[in-house]
Each structure stands twice: as structure tokens, then as C-alpha cells.
Design a protein around this ligand. Structure first.
Ligand code: IVH
Length: 752
């Protein structure tokens, strides 16, 4: 490492660029393909940034295969078509038979179809013992990668087998796919995983290729699967559940769906991986067996499917298939079968193809393991964005190598569709190594009633007791309380966003730390933070602490002070109520002067009543406000139910206690009338007392003409008391509540 770094800066830019690209490729490979990084993230970042800078300075040395472009380029309009150099065939499935299938086919073993496949090989090759390889069948999306002289030219989906979609822009973001092939040191003559305990362990197979081949194939079309590792798949589905989006049924769909996105930047954020398992067009060193092919992949640094077992006869084949079925549960990606291929490429040619598939390969599909268990309870979890997700608590059972005691039920629709009731005996399955799912109900307990998520939580968020609502067009129920502790991080992050209250310096990491250390459970708690608390906030871990610091603390505190007087629409938007986007917030603030007006809003109440009654009827009351589509009955419903709820009332009280009274800066409910909000007293409430130079009505008119309101009695909501001579009790009350008292001169100053 050191020699690169010490001397290289003296290199001409093109050489240094080449060197950095090779260096980063090398470390990518160690990190993503071998999981054995040998430099720190910080060191990696340093090289990365140096390359980025050089590439920006010398655009003439642009290379689409540069490691800096793994983050994804600009979105594309649609997919080009690519004709495969060699068609991408599928393989015939042979099935493991369940009890029912066995009865129907008078098969003697679950592996009957596999045995018949091997017997066909024997018949066609006119030999007893035929060597085959056995490997896991990856539950992913098939792609073809074409390399010319070691450079990735394109990546295409299978499509109809002859023509596929060009997904190069997306595939470039997959870090484990080399863009520039380089020779790798290969320790062993064969990468195949050894099965010490099996009789057909093949470390003694001859080494077919020299360990350091001299040429990179002029043409190499590698076929393989792009997939999403189990954990990433589970996380993505949980996020989709949260967002009220439909979940992906299996890892294959999630990988295929991601590959078909038009925006490579989103693809770059999803942890896709690739494993090679086949060869298309090829011009390179001679390959005699499947082992030669895998050796070639290893020397070129292309990640390949593993383990590859070898069997020399039917008994070994059955044993290997059983072993794959057992071991596959430990792999970090979904598998639902084993692929069997004839080892010898000359024998493959002899066997040839049917119209749709090679005769030399088969996919043996395992039955997903299923178990019966009891649904003991359904708990409702509140996610980071407030979605209520039902989770099944099951009597623990061992399935596909692990004990299962929970299964996600996704949402109410799923529960209704499967008629899931408490106490039921259910059939669960772990297909393709994903999170267990309830397949179906086997029987209910007597008198069990249909499960209702809404009733189960009593119509309230189980985390904070706030109101819940179901968004139009979404199945998920969601807590709408912006002060819900389960959503603290998300709501603080949103509250601080630029378009909300623009709390500069307060991002996700700070929000996480504030919540983790118990300083905030709701966004309004931010206003009680002290400079010391903020400065000492540990953004790191206990082992490697990272202090937020005085300077950052001061910045955040200043932003919080500024936020207090930000206009109403920003405050409404900051509350993160789902239906209340930026334009709906602006529309609400056009229709209301202050936040306190909203729960009492005649306009919102009428909007609700109007649509509930006769939808199409022209409503004279509403017509004069020319309300845009941004504020409809759904917004009215959510916002009224929130502010009228205990949780919403609590928020209003807290705001008042903090001295925060957001005022509209675009108040103009009736178009054409003068814009009151621009006036100096907009949003201010006055109480008049004592003897003034003119009569009270004239004073009232003056205040109202300047945008203020006049009310009869003093309360905490009163902005000012205008006091002349005398005016005893109101003046006293104002003093007690801390309301500012003005004389006429002070009022005039305010107006001008
Ligand atoms: S070999 C001539 N090996 O499953 C095709 N395919 O159902 C030879 N697949 O088209 C394919 N894992 O997209 C092979 N280890 C594996 C595989 C695998 C998944 C896919 C592949 C194939 C499909 C057939």
C-alpha cells in the first residue's frame, strides 16, 4: 500500500488515474467478493476522493468502467434491446415429490424425477456412470455479462431468451461484478468447495489450467444470477411494509424489480449481488469441463456460485442433492433447488438440446419445508414512519434449520384474505430461505372471530395512543401523531428538513443520537435542549465516541430559535402528517391565520361534511374559497382528527408553553380580497381596555385594518393588551399572564 501512496503523486495524471482505478478495483474485490478487506474505510475513501478529483480535472480520461461510477449515473428513459450472442436457455425442472404427487404418479421415492433424468443421461450417452456437478439454484434474476478483452461491454436480462433488456447502467453499480477483468491469484487448482466427508471429494481432479493463464479471453459471455441477499431482502420488504407499498413475494422479484428501475442511483443503494454459473459466447483458453470454467472464473475474479459438488454416479448424485438441500439454509441468499449439469463439455455436446433446454442439465426443485404450529397472538408493531404492522407470535417450531416463533402478517388485507384468527392452527413455510410466512389456516379454534387490526389497538396507536388513519389507496394503518415516540427519529429528521423548519446541522445521525440517549422522544423536545447537552452529544458508539461539539450545538440552537417564528405552512409541513405535503400546507395556511384556528376550522369541517353528504353538490360556502385539490376531505379528516385528539391537543398546549404561535404568511382565504397577512398586525390578537384618545370601535377598526384581531377577554393567546387610562382587571390579568401591554404610542410604532 505504502509504495503506491508515497510515490504515485509524482506520476503523470493518466498513470495515477490508472493506478487508482486498479487499486480501488482490487480493494472492491477484497471487500465485496472475498469479504477480506485489508485497508480501512477511511483509507479507501481517500483513494476514492483522489480519483474523483483527478477525473473531474481531466474529463478526457473518462472511463465508464471507473470504480467512481459505481454510484449510478443519470436516470434513463427506457431500455434498449440486446440480442444475445448465444441464446439464454432455461433448464428443465424436475421436482421433489410431495405425498400427494407420489400417490398420483405411483413414484417410489420423492426423487423419482431426478432418477429419471439421470437414467436419460445414461441412455443417451450409453454409459453407466456419468460425472455431474451439483450446485445450489439461486433465486435471482438471470443476466448475461459480455466482456470483450476483459472489459465489460454490456449486461442484459434474459428477456425471451434471444433478446433481453440492456441493464448495463444498473449492473455497473453492483460492486461484486468486475468491470475490468484482472488475473487473480488462485490458491487451489479448483475453487470447488470440498466435501471432506463425501466419497466423491475431488481435490485430486487434475488441474486443467495453469495457475497463471497467459491470456484474458477475447470474448467472454458470463451467465449468472443477480440476487438480493436474505438480510437485504428482509430489510427492503420491511421498508416497503412501512411505506404502505406492496412487498416483494420473493428475492427473485426484488432483484428483477430492482434491475428494471430506470434510476441507477436507487439501484446503487440496493445491495444486489451476482454469482456466475454459466457460459455463453466464448473465445479463450480451452475449457474441457465445468471445473475448467470455474477455475477460469476464479482467475478472472468473477464471483461464482458455490459450492459445486461433483458426483460420479446416481448414488453420489442423490447424496449431493440431499447435502445441498441441507447446507443451503446457511447460505445468505434464497435457493429453492439444486442445478445438476454434466461435467464434461464434450459429453454435453453429444447430448445437445431440446427445443427449449439443454439435455445435459436439470433443476431439481426442493419442496419448501412446511410445519404446523399455533398462532398464539398477534402483536402490532409501530414502525419508524408510523405504520402499524401486525406480527404473528407462534408456538416455536424448527423449520429449514432454524427455530421460528414469529411471522410477519404484513397488513389487515393479508389477514382478511387468509382469514387468520387468534388461536388457529396454521401452516407455515420458509420458502427460498426468507422470513417465514403463514401459508394458510388449517383450523380455527371454536368461536374465534375474524381479526381486526383496528379493534385490536382500539383505534389508537399502541405506542403513543394517538389517532390512526388509513391513507387513501393504501392498505396500511398509520399513526398520525407527530409526537409518537416510535417515530421519533423519522419525525425529528423530517421536522428539521430544509423544507420544514430548516434546522441546519440536525440530520439523521444527530436525530438518532438524541433519541438513543433519551434527550428527545418528540420533535418539540428539541426546544428544551441545552447547549451543554447538545455539545456533549455522542454521535458515535461507546467504544469510539464522537462529540457533537460546541460549534455545532450553537448552530442548532440558533436554528431552533429561528424556527419559532417560521410561518404556519412550514410548521404544518414539519408535523409530517402523511397527506399534508408542502402545497397542502401552503393551502391550509392560506385558509387559516394560526395553528389554533385549524382544529376549529369551519372550512375543513364543511369540506368533510360536503363530501360525506352529496359529493357532487355545488357548495356555496366552499365555492368562495376556491380551494385547490391539495386540500381535500382526506387531509381535512386527518388533520382535524389529529388536532382534536388528546395527542394533538397536547401538541397545541406544548407549543403554547414554548411560546410558539406560528402565523400564516399567505393568508388570503378569498381571492381578490386584500392580503391581510402582509399587514403589520397579521395574526395578532388584541384586547382593548381603559380610556383611549378615540372610541373603542374606531380603535378596533384601526387594528383590523392592519390585519389584527380584537377580542373581549385576555387569555394566554392574547398577543397584546392595548391599555388607556384605568382598565384595571384586564391590565392585571395581562400582567399575570405575561401578555405585553401597549399604550397608544407603542401601537402606532408597531403599525408603522
Ligand atoms: S445453469 C442452460 N445454474 O435458473 C442454462 N442456472 O430455471 C444453464 N439459475 O436459466 C443454467 N441458479 O437463470 C444454472 N446454479 C445455477 C442456477 C441457475 C439459478 C437460473 C438460471 C436458469 C434458471 C433455470
Amino acid at each position: 500500500m505504502a509504495e503506491h501512496d508515497l510515490f504515485s503523486n509524482a506520476l503523470p495524471p493518466l498513470d495515477r488515474i490508472g493506478e487508482l482505478r486498479a487499486l480501488l478495483d482490487h480493494h472492491n474485490r477484497l471487500y465485496y467478493n472475498k469479504a477480506t478487506p485489508d485497508i480501512s474505510d477511511a483509507e479507501y475513501d481517500l483513494f476514492f476522493r483522489e480519483l474523483e478529483n483527478l477525473e473531474a480535472k481531466y474529463p478526457e480520461f473518462h472511463d465508464p468502467n471507473s470504480p467512481t461510477l459505481r454510484v449510478g449515473g443519470a436516470p434513463i428513459e427506457g431500455f434498449q434491446q440486446i440480442q444475445h450472442a448465444v441464446p439464454m436457455l432455461s433448464i428443465d425442472d424436475v421436482f421433489e415429490l410431495g405425498a400427494e404427487a407420489m400417490q398420483k404418479s405411483d413414484a417410489t421415492r420423492p426423487e423419482q424425477e431426478l432418477i429419471e433424468f439421470y437414467q436419460r443421461l445414461q441412455k443417451n450417452l450409453k454409459r453407466e456412470d456419468i460425472a455431474v456437478t451439483i450446485e445450489p439454484k439461486i433465486d435471482g434474476a438471470a443476466v448475461s455479462l459480455l466482456y470483450q478483452n476483459g472489459k465489460l461491454v454490456y449486461a442484459a436480462t434474459r428477456g425471451d431468451g434471444r433478446t433481453g433488456d440492456d441493464v448495463t447502467h444498473n449492473v455497473r453499480t453492483i460492486r461484486s461484478i468486475p468491470l475490468d477483468l484482472k488475473f487473480q491469484q488462485v490458491a487451489d487448482s479448483t475453487p470447488n468447495v470440498d466435501l471432506e466427508e463425501l466419497p466423491y471429494h475431488h481435490t485430486n481432479e487434475p488441474n486443467p489450467l495453469p495457475n497463471t493463464p497467459s491470456t484474458i479471453p477475447a470474448l467472454l459471455e458470463v451467465r449468472g444470477e443477480i440476487f438480493m441477499p436474505n438480510e437485504a431482502f428482509a430489510t427492503l420488504n420491511a421498508e416497503r411494509d412501512e411505506a404502505g407499498l406492496p412487498t416483494f413475494a420473493n428475492p427473485r422479484n426484488s432483484a428483477a424489480g430492482t434491475l428494471k428501475l430506470l434510476d441507477p442511483k436507487i439501484v446503487a443503494e440496493r445491495p444486489l449481488a451476482f454469482l456466475a454459473h454459466g457460459l455463453g459466447a466464448y473465445d479463450g483458453p480451452k475449457l474441457e469441463t465445468e471445473h475448467d470454467f470455474h477455475h477460469l472464473l476464479a482467475t478472472l475474479g468473477i464471483p461464482q456460485n458455490q459450492p459445486i459438488l461433483t458426483a460420479h454416479n446416481l448414488d453420489e448424485l442423490l447424496e449431493a442433492v440431499a447435502k445441498i438441500n441441507h447446507d443451503r439454509h446457511a447460505l445468505d441468499y434464497g435457493t429453492d433447488g439444486a442445478v445438476i449439469k454434466v461435467l464434461d463439455r464434450a459429453e454435453r455436446e453429444q447430448l445437445g438440446f431440446t427445443s427449449r433446454a439443454p439435455r445435459w442439465a436439470a433443476a431439481y426443485k426442493f419442496l419448501p419445508e412446511q410445519k404446523e404450529t399455533t398462532l398464539e397472538n398477534i402483536i402490532i408493531q409501530v414502525g419508524r414512519t408510523g405504520v402499524l404492522t401486525p406480527v404473528a407470535e407462534l408456538t416455536p417450531v424448527l423449520i429449514s434449520g432454524s427455530t421460528v416463533s414469529r411471522a410477519t402478517l404484513h397488513n389487515q388485507d393479508e389477514i382478511t384474505k387468509k382469514d387468520i384468527r387468534l388461536g388457529a392452527t396454521v401452516l407455515i413455510e420458509k420458502a427460498g430461505e426468507i422470513i417465514p410466512a403463514i401459508v394458510k389456516v388449517i383450523r380455527h379454534v371454536e368461536a374465534a372471530i375474524p381479526f381486526s387490526l383496528y379493534d385490536c389497538v382500539g383505534g389508537k396507536c399502541p405506542s403513543c395512543g394517538g389517532p390512526i388513519s388509513q391513507e387513501e389507496g393504501f392498505v396500511a394503518w398509520r399513526c398520525t401523531n407527530f409526537a409518537c415516540p416510535a417515530q421519533a427519529v423519522t419525525s425529528i429528521k423530517h421536522f428539521a428538513a430544509r423544507k420544514a423548519l430548516d434546522l441546519d446541522g440536525l440530520g439523521e445521525i444527530v436525530a438518532e443520537a438524541l433519541v438513543r440517549h433519551g434527550h428527545c422522544t418528540t420533535p418539540l423536545d428539541l426546544f428544551n435542549l441545552t447547549e451543554t447537552t447538545l455539545a456533549n452529544l455522542n454521535l458515535g458508539s461507546e467504544e469510539s465516541p464522537r462529540r457533537f461539539g460546541e460549534k455545532n450545538a450553537a448552530k442548532v440552537l440558533a436554528a431552533l430559535i429561528a424556527a419559532k417564528s417560521k410561518p404556519l405552512h412550514r410548521w404544518l409541513y414539519a408535523m409530517g402528517i402523511r397527506q399534508l405535503g408542502e402545497s397542502a400546507a401552503k393551502e391550509l395556511s392560506r385558509l387559516h391565520r394560526t395553528i389554533a384556528e385549524i382544529p376549529e376550522s369551519a372550512i375543513l369541517a364543511e369540506l368533510l361534511r360536503d363530501t360525506r353528504a352529496t359529493a357532487k353538490k355545488q357548495n356555496d360556502f366552499l365555492a368562495k374559497y376556491s380551494i385547490t385539490g391539495d386540500v381535500g376531505p382526506a387531509v381535512a379528516e386527518t388533520i382535524i382528527s389529529f388536532f382534536k385528539s388528546e395527542a394533538g391537543q397536547h401538541v397545541l398546549t406544548q407549543l403554547a408553553q414554548l411560546g410558539i404561535d406560528p402565523v400564516s404568511d399567505n393568508y388570503l382565504p378569498i381571492a381578490g380580497e386584500s392580503d391581510l397577512s402582509a399587514l403589520p398586525l397579521a395574526g395578532k390578537t388584541f384586547v382593548i381596555t381603559g380610556t383611549l384618545s378615540t372610541d373603542r370601535d374606531a380603535m378596533k377598526e384601526l387594528i383590523e385594518s392592519k390585519g389584527g384581531k380584537v377580542s373581549g377577554s385576555v387569555s394566554a393567546k392574547t398577543s397584546y393588551v392595548l391599555a388607556g387610562e384605568g382598565g384595571g382587571s384586564k391590565r392585571e390579568k395581562a400582567e399575570k399572564l405575561g401578555v405585553t401591554i401597549l399604550d397608544e404610542a407603542a401601537l402606532k410604532a408597531l403599525i408603522s
